[in-house]
Design a protein around this ligand. Structure first.
Ligand code: FES
Length: 124
């Protein structure tokens, strides 16, 4: 099983950015490191868009940071995601909160195994 070797941390405002390894289309993240923050941005050269990993009461939600209006990249803040193209916004569950976007953000399936968070890169 692939481990999150090569994990690195750099700043983007106050939301940490992680650049994990990807094995067989699955991202493996150290649960302890991820749990230290409610929000983490996952970045990898093979991903067309970053992923915002949101810690929730019941686990984790992995949101693709791609606007559901016209596919522009989103900006994440502590309170939600915003699109500079036409002003749409989304809450931290991916629900569209401000038009023109109406549809929710795409999400990825997450699970926890052996103290690692797994994000499956096949979309739900
Ligand atoms: S592409 Fe994001 S609001 Fe239009």
């Amino acid at each position: 099983m692939g481990l999150a070797a090569g994990l690195s941390l750099s700043g983007c405002g106050t939301i940490p950015i992680y650049k994990p390894t990807i094995t067989n289309k699955v991202i493996y993240l150290d649960e302890l490191k991820m749990a230290a923050n409610k929000l983490n941005i996952i970045q990898h050269s093979s991903l067309a868009f970053n992923i915002l990993l949101v810690k929730t009461d019941s686990g984790y939600t992995a949101l693709q940071m791609q606007c559901s209006h016209q596919n522009q990249p989103l900006i994440a803040t502590k309170t939600g995601l915003f699109c500079n193209a036409h002003g749409s916004s989304f809450n931290l569950l991916g629900k569209a909160m401000r038009e023109p976007a109406i549809k929710p953000l795409k999400t990825y399936e997450t699970s926890i195994l052996n103290h690692q968070i797994l994000i499956k890169l096949t979309k739900k």
